[in-house]
Write a protein that binds this ligand. Structure first.
Ligand SMILES: Cc1cc2nc3c(=O)[nH]c(=O)nc-3n(C[C@H](O)[C@H](O)[C@H](O)COP(=O)(O)OP(=O)(O)OC[C@H]3O[C@@H](n4cnc5c(N)ncnc54)[C@H](O)[C@@H]3O)c2cc1C
Length: 291
């Protein structure tokens, strides 16, 4: 179909506007996005960003030497799959130390192990603000220090392979039908908070225990036929979930124009599902700003 003179001018004008917009505001067409933390929050956000802003350059800076530290084949499978699908550039052993506001966006400084810097249009924090230890510079007001601080619980997570629970310790008869989960209250005198049956492997039961201290030396009190014990210390596990009366008791999701805080969701429900939703919500906000 041939275009008349008016339509031709119109099409040329439209193309020119698109080109000028793209070259005049390169940030709007292909934003540089830095995500701090390769846990489930950061990885889900990267995944959705790639779906919705495929031209975005996404870099994930992770302090640890691997993605979402967990038992091999365990919960880390999901963040790994999300990151693979996101095509993000993941930099391990990269501890972010500061975010500086800059006329062009943000300068993110990280140690790998010597200090290095990345320029970002958007910075997404996907780790608890209380533990990232990031300095925020050049902001009119420190975006982190004005956020409510949460109290976090530490735990020693034990994985035990054993024949069974020790009925005698639990004051139970020999024919006790052993439960899947044993829970205590926070004021209990036990050294453990929960004991969970996970699976049976080659005739041995595998249990997971959340404990307030390393109880390896007394493990035979609780189990019979112990074969192995693995302990991992988590310096932060869950924030204490207190009844919240007003919104201001939650940390903000938007800390600055293009600085986001995914982990605030942990105050609502500390679970991977919540982190995925929060990562997705932040990606949605970024998408609206960078169409
Ligand atoms: C022992 C344990 C068991 C759990 N079990 C379950 C379960 O079975 N099911 C479930 O749904 N949820 C479970 N959870 C909760 C779930 O793990 C959390 O809800 C989720 O991990 C929070 O995700 P996140 O990405 O916000 O933070 P995190 O998983 O904490 O990830 C944050 C990442 O940021 C990195 N980081 C921190 N500071 C910096 C920095 N300055 N620079 C660069 N990187 C940094 C950290 O190394 C970390 O990898 C468990 C949690 C724990 C601790």
């Amino acid at each position: 179909m041939a275009l008349n003179k008016y339509q031709t001018v119109n099409v040329l004008f439209t193309f020119t506007v698109i080109l000028v917009c793209n070259f005049a505001q390169p940030g709007l067409s292909a934003p540089n996005i830095v995500i701090v933390g390769a846990g489930i929050g950061g990885s889900s956000c990267a995944y959705y960003l790639h779906q919705w802003i495929p031209q975005a350059n996404i870099t994930i800076l992770e302090a640890d030497d691997r993605i979402a530290s967990s038992v091999d084949g365990g919960n880390s499978l999901l963040p790994k799959a999300l990151i693979n699908a996101s095509k993000a550039d993941v930099m391990l052993n990269s501890l972010v130390t500061s975010v500086t506001k800059d006329p062009g966006g943000y300068v993110v400084t990280y140690n790998k192990p010597s200090p290095q810097q990345l320029l970002a249009d958007v910075v997404i924090l996907a780790a608890p603000l209380e533990w990232t230890d990031i300095a925020f510079r050049n902001f009119p007001e420190d975006p982190a220090s004005k956020q409510p601080r949460r109290t976090w619980t530490y735990w020693y997570v034990h994985y035990v392979s054993a024949k069974s629970l020790n009925n005698a310790y639990f004051n139970q008869p020999q024919n006790w039908n052993q439960p899947q989960d044993i829970l205590t209250t926070s004021n209990a005198s036990t050294t453990w908070a929960t004991i969970q049956f996970i699976t049976n492997n080659n005739g041995l039961n595998i249990y997971k225990l959340f404990c307030f201290q390393n109880i390896t030396s007394t493990i035979n009190k609780y189990f019979l036929g112990v074969k192995t014990v693995h302990v991992k210390y988590w310096k932060y596990t869950f924030p204490e979930l207190m009844p919240i009366q007003k919104d201001s008791q939650f940390q903000d999701i938007e800390l600055d124009d293009n600085l986001f805080n995914i982990n605030t969701m942990e105050s609502v429900a500390s679970a991977m599902e919540g982190s995925v939703i929060s990562g997705r919500n932040v990606a949605m906000i970024v998408k609206e700003k960078w169409p």
